[in-house]
Each structure stands twice: as structure tokens, then as C-alpha cells.
Design a protein around this ligand. Structure first.
Ligand code: PLP
Length: 944
């Protein structure tokens, strides 16, 4: 064995002789020979990628550090939806910096995801309590997109709706995101002063949206307004500040139907705009149409409580173009952090933080008044708008010299928003920027009418009242972590999701203050480092995709789809082709594809796939012919979702172009392309990448993600813009660069890999998939291969023939894999009854073999059922997974042994992962929807 001397060789599983032996198993002499055979010659890149030479871990970190040294880290009292916060250190180190939390997948396999499901249930409980509404989801992408989702939810409740009112005192980026979403759907957005707006004056008004406290800091009582809005048939929506809700009357108590917002200031760094968890809570009658994920409590095979994702039928895969939203990856890790912040502080701690923030704001107002400076009138929580006629720039300069940023409103007004990090010293510093000086006054009682004070209790449940010592907190987080299977336990071979190495060096910059502590709206000269990193990454990704330009704004793959289709729509509109609204989508496409097409007002037309999983060319030709006058786009995944490089792709793109359409490529499978081929090379016009798949951002247990889009030259003018970027429009997310901070992860990856390294990674991913296919094919048929028998970077194994003979379902196989210590591959997608396996380049042969050995052992267990050696209903597959207390119990009444249940392979004796609950009952969970955690009383009663 040779030493591994560079980052590339650490990122890859197989290298050297191990790789050569695996190649021999697959039947090739070299990686080049394999990739030449796997990737059709007609689409291969003719020149290497144009990227800087690979750096070592140390060199790349030093390089990035030097770039980020160009940022200036000031305290930002800018507000507008983003606030300073102290990440509790115990949470920072044990969640944000802990691969046990950040490398987990979306909790689809409930039994090995109980830890984060509990944390997410805490999140829902927290949001439900703070908003005083009935149900909350976990979670959404940011506040702006949450407001846009609320619009869609309201519209689904009022299908005849046509217009929505949005208060002009909402955050500007929220208004922009809502307007972008409304336009293609033909919804009229009326922006104005809510005090002057008469809901009855607008026919078919379906919703009103206000902000609480509003963007200029004012707290209003919306009770009367909401009554008139409801009388006019509108759904009432509030965008609220999560910290303010601990001390202010809750939206559910003044008539809100839906409340949205962002949980950032609950211990999640600003990170120049993200990632953060947006939230949405609503009234009971709206819950079945609520977008995003809803965690619920069900029971497991032993009748014990088990958490799971509820109402999964709402997911896009099933509802497709009928889905109410395209949200897939959300912001799980950030929702977990925010919920843990509430667990850490508890209700009293949160109130104390809120009162302190408010007191500092009151102090500033009094001090300003003492020196004759006025603020805008009205009740306030943490934000003041200070009147400084003609002097705003002077004030800003003074403030910056003193190390703080204030909000730029206009020449006559300056905004100040205080937060958890604001000290008494900061109050005086801000005062001095306005030319004032003085002693801090003593303040008592809130500066809002008593009717607006919160009187109801919140967070009385056990979880928020038991873990307040650091020791208890540490153990709580560890306990939950140990219930979840993440990449630090075993490979997670999820086809299409690309669970590869998230290297430690890639993660480290996230903890640098110059990365984490920058407000997204700081003056450009303070974010020079950030801008340089982002522009560099855009350039690298443009080169990798073969496109003219890239936008990093979309904060998930689904948002990338939406942004890319929006670009196509805007392009057609600019060409006078408003009628082009048909989007062709193969039936095998990911569910977010049709959901996104509907969001931009397109009509989805399905295209068949042939028995090999390829796009059915005659059917495609027929659909093009049928819709050629109105063709807007084709959405296509490449290599196909069936894990095959279709040779016909170039011709497919040509046919769409000939009919006047644009080609949208879903780049989720970019891991099979990088360095070998590219969307641009193939002929696509726009493509989203999932940086949380191919480019090493960890899945975070279900988010964050980054879904940048690359576009061909004709679409460049239609990339997403932002109010903070002069001369641009079409905002899809709250922040100009979406989840800016985590782009450092992909930057580090590319910097350390270089062109040759990335290409070798792609080849190795193809090798690992073909090696897996080769080992499993004698036991489970490989559903689709290219004519030469090869797969791309993933393979689909067919369980149906065995299921037919044994009654053992693919779900039984998935649950049984847990007993072997593995997370199931992608189940029943894109084809029911199958498993889609994507090992990625990061898995070494020993791990792939361990997985294959487990699958082969499971095959043996299924054969035992078929042969009658094993009972058809009482067998290790049907009863899987087996928990420790099941196996250790005094009673064991099964027809197989305890050893067979828990230690089916000898290798498990070295290390065993125990699922925390038995199989979770899905039907029971949906029938008895419980989406919040227990109160202290219920907890006491249950444990008595
Ligand atoms: C993951 C995936 C998406 C959606 O991406 P998100 O980041 O989860 O929104 C879309 N298409 C395919 C094929 C995918 O695998």
C-alpha cells in the first residue's frame, strides 16, 4: 500500500492497487478505459477543466484565509431580518461542528433518525408555542421564501383568489421574493400602507401579509385589520420576529391564520445571509396543505412512541405537478440549532434575552431624546428609525469608525436594531455616532401598550426545562446524536443524493468570524473577501458546467429549478413569446421538477420512458410536435435518474431547440459528469447544481443546501437579482447570495481537488458504482445499464422479482439493512420496488464490500422465506429493525434466534449500531397527527 500524500487521495476511497483490483473486477485495465467506455464519446469534454492547481489542505485554508482577511468584521445593528446572536458554545461545537449531526441525511428512514426528528419536533413545538398557532413545519428556506410559501398556501385555501395585499412595512427582500413568486402565477400584489388599505375594496383578495414588529421597528395591533381582512375573505399572514414573540402578544392571539419568519437569531450565525431555518405555523384547517416537512409522533412495532415525517403523501414525488410547493431539502441543521438554543435557554432565558435587547433599545431612545434627536413614533421592540435630516451618511461614517454598522435607509433616516450581542457599551458607541453622549438611564417596563404584552405561557414542555446545566445539555445532544445514523457511522449510498465525504478542512472556515459574523447587507467594502470567494466559485462552477455565468442565490436544488425556469420564462417573455408555457418532463423526473414548473406558471406535459429507462424518443418527438408552438422547455436529468448515460441526449437538446424551447438540465447527477462532460457541452441552456451533493456541502440531516444555476449566454440577463445588487431584479431568496457562508465548503473542495482531481473523482464514482453493480448482480438484477453493460455513478437493483416470490418488500429490506448498520439506498424511486445505490468516490472497497455482503446476506434471508425455511410473517426482515431491548428482553418468541436478529454477520461483533425504535407505524401516525412534544405534566404522567 502506498502512502496517501495529497487531499485527493484522502477524498477518494480506492486508490493504488485497491483501485486496480476493483477495475479488474469490473473488467478494465485503467480508470481512463472505464470512463471511455462508460461516457459516450460524443459528449466528452475535449479539454481539461480550467481550474487552479490543487492545493493541500493547509495551502487551501491559508489561501481562503487571505481572501477572507479582506472582510471587515464590525458589529452590525442593521436588522432587517438578520441579527447578531451568541451561538451557545456547547451547541456550536457539538452540533454545528459535529459530523454526527451535519453528515446525516434527510430523516426518511425514521428508525435511524429519531435524534434529529426529536430535535425537529422541539422546533415545531417552539414555533407553535411562540406563534400561538396550531401546527408548525420544520422548516423552510428563509423568511422571504416562507412568506411566498404562505401566499401559495393561502391561495390553495382560496382557489378563486387573485390579489394579495402586502404591507409596505415588510422587509424589502420579503416583498421582492413574494412579488417574484406572484408574477408568473398572475397574482396581483398590492403593496401599501395597511392602515389606509380597505380589504373590501379589492375583489378576490385572498391574503394579506404584514410584519410584526415591522421593518422600521414599529409594533402594531392588527386585530381590527385582520377582522376586516377576514370579512373580505382573505387569509391573514404575519411575518414575525421570533425573539419578539417571547414578550409580545402572539400572532395566533390577534387573528393570524399563518405566521412565518426566520429562526436565525436563535443561535445561528448570520453568515452573510445564510443558511438559516425559515418557519411557518398555521391554523389547523390549513395543515394538510402546508409546505415543507411536518414531523409527527407515531408508535413503533412495540407500541412505543416513534417520530416520523408525517403526511408524506404531500411530498412532491407523489403529488408532482399537484404539489403545493417544491421544497425538498430544507434547513434541518439550522432548525436543530435554533431548537437547541431554546432548549438551552428555556422560556425564562429567552424572555430575559428579549427584555435585555428591548431595554438597551429603550436606553438608546432616551439618550437620543436627551440630546434632542428624534426617532419615528410608535411602539417598538429592538429597532428604532432615527431622524437625522441630511446627516445620515455622517452618522454612518461615525458609526463605522467606532466599529458598528447601522441600517442605511435614506439621507434623513438611520435604522438601529439591537440584538443579544449588544452591550451597554455598544449603546453608548451608537449614541456617539449620532453625536450624543450621556449616562445609561435605568429603564423599567416595556415601551409598548400593555395590551401588546405576551401573557400566555410557552415552552412549558419538558424538553425546554430540563437541560439548562451544560452537562445536561451536552448529554441531551449526545443522546439524540447516538440515535441517528450519519456518515461517521457507515456509508449512506443514496442514489441521486450523493452522500460523499464532507472533509473537515472544508468545514473549518465556517467557524471563522470573518465568515460567520457578516450581515448580508453590510457595505460592499466590508464584504470584499466574501465577494471574491463567491465570484471565484461562480467562475469555477461556470467552467465545470460549460456555462456563461452562474448565480449562487438559490438556497436549495428546488430553488435552483425555480430560478432556472424563471430565467427561461423571462427569456421567452422578452422575445415576445408569452404563449410559450409548456414544459416537457420525463415521467422518471424528480418530483421537484414538475412542482417547480407549475410555480413559474408552466403546464407540465409528461414524456414516456422506454423499458430501459431512457427517454422514449418517439414519444418525445410526438410531444414536441404536439406542443411546438407553445414549447417553453424540457426538463431532463443527466445521466438519467435511472443511472445511465443516454447517448441520445445531444439529439434531444437539438430537437427542443429546433422547436423554440430551452433545455433545463437537473444537475443532481453532476457527480457523474465533472471533468468528463458538462451540461453546456451536451447542449443544455440552464442547469442547477446541488452543492450539497456533488460539491461536498454536508446534508445536515435534511439541509442546508445550495442550488446554484448556470446558464448559457442568452439567459444571463435573467439570472436572479436582489435589491442589494443595483440594476438587478427577480429575487428568489431573502439574501443576495442565498446561503453564502456554506459556499466556502465547495470552494475548499474545488481548491483542494483541482481539475485532474475532480475528473478522477468522477471516474472513481463511476468505478465504485460499477463495482457495486458487479457484486450485487448475481443476487439482485441491475435494472438499467447502457448497451455495454455499464452504469454511470449509481445503479438500481430490482427487488421486485424476490418480493413477488417471498412477500418481502423493498421496505422490509430497507429496515433490515439497519440491523446490519446501514442506511437504505434510495427506495422505490425512480422505480417502485427498487433500490438505487450511489456509493460515491469517497467509499473504500472495504466499506462497499461490507455493504454488498450485507445485501447478499439479506438475499439469503429472503431465499429462506421463499424456500420455506423461514416463516413468511415472523422472520428477521418483517420484524426489522431490531432494537437492543427487543433482543435483550426476557421474552423471545420468534422463529429465528436473537443472534440472527442482531448479529447476522460476524463483522457486527466489532461494532454494532442499534436502531433506537422498532418499525414506526406510518398509518397510525397520519391518522393521529401529533406534531408537538409533551408538556411537563404529560411527561410526568407518562413516566409515573
Ligand atoms: C436532490 C434532487 C433535487 C432537489 O434538490 P433539493 O436541494 O433537495 O431541493 C432535484 N432533482 C434531483 C434529481 C435530485 O436528486
Amino acid at each position: 500500500m502506498s502512502a496517501r500524500l495529497d487531499f485527493l487521495s484522502r477524498h477518494l476511497g480506492p486508490v493504488g492497487t485497491e483501485r486496480d483490483e476493483m477495475l479488474a473486477t469490473v473488467g478494465f485495465a485503467s480508470l481512463e478505459a472505464l470512463t471511455d467506455a462508460a461516457v459516450p464519446a460524443g459528449i466528452r469534454l475535449t479539454a481539461p477543466l480550467d481550474l487552479p492547481p490543487a492545493r493541500s489542505e493547509q495551502e487551501a485554508l491559508a489561501w481562503l484565509k487571505s481572501i477572507f482577511s479582506k472582510n471587515k468584521v464590525l458589529k452590525s445593528f442593521i436588522g432587517q431580518g438578520y441579527y447578531g446572536t451568541h451561538v451557545p458554545n456547547v451547541i456550536g461545537r457539538n452540533i454545528l461542528e459535529n459530523p454526527g449531526w451535519y453528515t446525516a441525511y434527510t430523516p426518511y428512514q425514521a428508525e435511524i433518525a429519531q435524534g434529529r426528528l426529536e430535535a425537529l419536533l422541539n422546533f415545531q413545538t417552539m414555533i407553535t408555542d411562540l406563534t400561538a398557532l396550531d401546527v408548525s413545519n420544520a422548516s423552510l428556506l428563509d423568511e422571504g421564501t416562507a412568506a411566498a410559501e404562505a401566499m401559495s398556501l393561502a391561495l390553495s385555501a382560496k382557489p378563486k383568489g387573485r390579489a394579495m395585499f402586502v404591507s409596505d412595512r415588510c422587509h424589502p427582500q420579503t416583498i421582492d421574493v413574494v412579488q417574484t413568486r406572484a408574477e408568473p402565477l398572475g397574482i396581483e400584489i398590492i403593496v401599501g400602507d395597511w392602515e389606509k388599505f380597505d380589504p373590501a375594496s379589492v375583489p378576490n383578495l385572498f391574503a394579506v401579509l404584514v410584519q410584526y414588529p415591522d421593518t422600521r421597528g414599529r409594533i402594531d395591533d392588527f386585530t381590527g385589520f385582520f377582522e376586516t381582512a377576514k370579512a373580505a375573505g382573505a387569509v391573514t399572514i404575519v411575518a414575525a420576529d421570533i425573539l419578539a414573540l417571547t414578550v409580545l402578544k402572539a400572532p395566533g392571539e390577534f387573528g393570524a391564520d399563518i405566521c412565518v419568519g426566520c429562526s436565525q437569531r436563535f443561535g445561528v450565525p448570520m453568515g452573510f445571509g445564510g443558511p438559516h431555518a425559515g418557519f411557518m405555523a398555521c391554523k389547523d384547517e390549513l395543515k394538510r396543505k402546508m409546505p415543507g416537512r411536518l414531523i409527527g409522533v407515531s408508535i413503533d412495532s412495540r407500541g412505543k412512541p416513534g417520530y416520523r415525517l408525517s403526511l408524506q403523501t404531500r411530498e412532491q414525488h407523489i403529488r408532482r405537478d399537484k404539489a403545493t410547493s417544491n421544497i425538498c431539502t430544507a434547513q434541518v441543521l439550522l432548525a436543530v440549532m435554533a431548537s437547541m438554543y431554546a432548549v438551552y435557554h428555556g422560556p425564562e432565558g429567552l424572555k430575559h434575552i428579549a427584555r435585555t435587547v428591548h431595554s438597551r433599545t429603550v436606553q438608546l431612545k432616551k439618550l437620543l431624546e436627551n440630546v434632542g434627536i428624534e426617532t419615528e413614533s410608535g411602539a417598538f421592540f429592538d429597532t428604532l428609525v432615527v431622524k437625522v435630516p441630511g446627516k445620515a451618511s455622517e452618522v454612518h461614517e461615525g458609526a463605522r469608525r467606532a466599529g458598528v454598522n447601522l441600517r442605511e435607509i435614506d439621507a434623513d433616516h438611520v435604522g438601529v436594531s439591537f440584538d443579544e450581542t449588544t452591550t451597554e457599551g455598544d449603546v453608548l458607541v451608537v449614541l456617539s455616532a449620532f453625536g450624543g453622549a450621556g449616562e445609561l438611564p435605568i429603564v423599567s417596563g416595556p415601551a409598548w401598550p400593555s395590551g401588546l404584552s405576551r401573557t400566555s405561557d410557552f415552552l412549558t414542555q419538558a424538553a425546554f426545562n430540563r437541560f439548562h446545566s451544560e452537562t445536561e445539555m451536552l448529554r441531551y445532544m449526545k443522546r439524540l446524536e447516538s440515535r441517528d445514523l450519519a456518515l461517521n457511522e457507515s456509508m449512506i449510498a443514496l442514489g441521486s443524493c450523493t452522500m460523499k465525504l464532507n472533509a473537515t478542512a472544508e468545514m473549518m472556515p465556517l467557524s471563522w468570524p470573518e465568515v460567520s459574523s457578516i450581515h448580508p447587507f453590510v457595505p460592499a467594502d466590508q464584504s470584499q473577501g466574501y465577494r471574491e470567494m463567491l465570484v471565484t466559485l461562480e467562475g469555477w462552477l461556470a467552467n465545470i458546467t460549460g456555462f456563461a455565468a452562474v448565480s449562487l442565490q438559490p438556497n436549495a436544488g428546488s430553488q435552483g429549478e425555480y430560478a432556472g425556469l424563471l430565467a427561461i420564462r423571462r427569456y421567452h417573455l422578452a422575445n415576445g413569446d408569452a404563449h410559450r408555457n409548456v414544459c416537457l418532463i420525463p415521467v422518471s423526473a424528480h418530483g421537484t421538477n414538475p412542482a417547480s414548473a407549475v410555480m413559474v406558471g408552466m403546464k407540465v406535459v409528461g414524456v414516456k420512458c422506454d423499458e430501459k429507462g431512457n427517454i422514449d424518443m418517439p414519444d418525445l418527438a410526438a410531444r414536441i410536435e404536439e406542443h411546438k408552438d407553445n414549447l417553453a422547455a424540457l426538463m431532463v436529468t443527466y445521466p438519467s435518474t435511472h443511472g445511465v448515460f443516454e447517448e441520445t441526449i445531444v439529439s434531444i437538446c437539438e430537437q427542443i431547440h429546433a422547436a423554440g424551447g430551452q433545455v433545463y438540465m437537473d444537475g443532481a447527477n453532476m457527480n457523474a459528469q465533472v471533468g468528463l462532460t458538462s451540461p453546456g457541452r451536451i447542449g443544455a441552456d440552464v442547469c442547477h447544481l446541488n452543492l450539497h451533493k456533488t460539491f461536498c456541502i454536508p446534508h445536515g440531516g435534511g439541509g442546508p443546501g445550495v442550488g446554484p444555476i448556470g446558464v448559457a449566454p442568452q439567459l444571463v440577463p435573467y439570472l436572479p437579482g436582489h435589491g442589494e445588487l443595483p440594476g438587478t431584479s427577480g429575487t428568489v431568496c431573502s439574501a443576495p447570495w442565498g446561503s453564502a457562508s456554506i459556499n466556502t465548503i465547495s470552494w475548499m473542495y474545488i481548491a483542494m481537488m483541482g481539475a485532474a482531481g475532480l475528473t478522477q473523482a468522477t471516474g472513481t464514482a463511476i468505478l465504485n458504482a460499477n463495482y457495486t453493480a458487479k457484486r450485487l448482480a448475481p443476487f439482485f438484477p441491475i435494472l438499467y445499464t447502457a448497451p455495454n453493460g455499464l452504469v454511470a455513478h449509481e445503479c438500481i437493483i430490482d427487488v421486485r422479482p424476490l418480493s413477488d416470490k417471498s412477500g418481502i418488500t423493498v421496505e422490509d429490506v430497507a429496515k433490515r439493512l439497519m440491523d446490519y448498520g446501514f442506511h437504505a439506498p434510495t427506495m422505490s424511486w425512480p422505480v417502485g420496488g427498487t433500490l438505487m445505490i450511489e456509493p460515491t468516490e469517497s467509499e473504500a472497497r472495504v466499506e462497499i464490500d461490507r455493504f454488498c455482503d450485507s445485501m447478499i446476506a439479506i438475499h439469503g434471508e429472503i431465499m429462506a422465506v421463499i424456500n420455506g425455511e423461514s416463516d413468511a410473517s415472523d422472520n428477521p426482515l418483517k420484524n426489522a429493525p431490531h432494537t437492543a431491548d427487543m433482543v435483550c428482553g426476557d421474552k423471545w418468541e420468534h422463529s429465528y434466534t436473537r443472534e440472527q436478529a442482531a448479529y447476522p454477520l460476524p463483522v457486527l461483533r466489532n461494532h454494532k449500531f442499534w436502531p433506537f425504535v422498532g418499525r414506526v407505524d406510518n398509518v397510525h401516525g397520519d391518522r393521529n397527527l401529533v406534531c408537538t412534544c409533551d408538556t411537563v405534566e404529560a411527561y410526568a404522567a407518562a413516566s409515573a
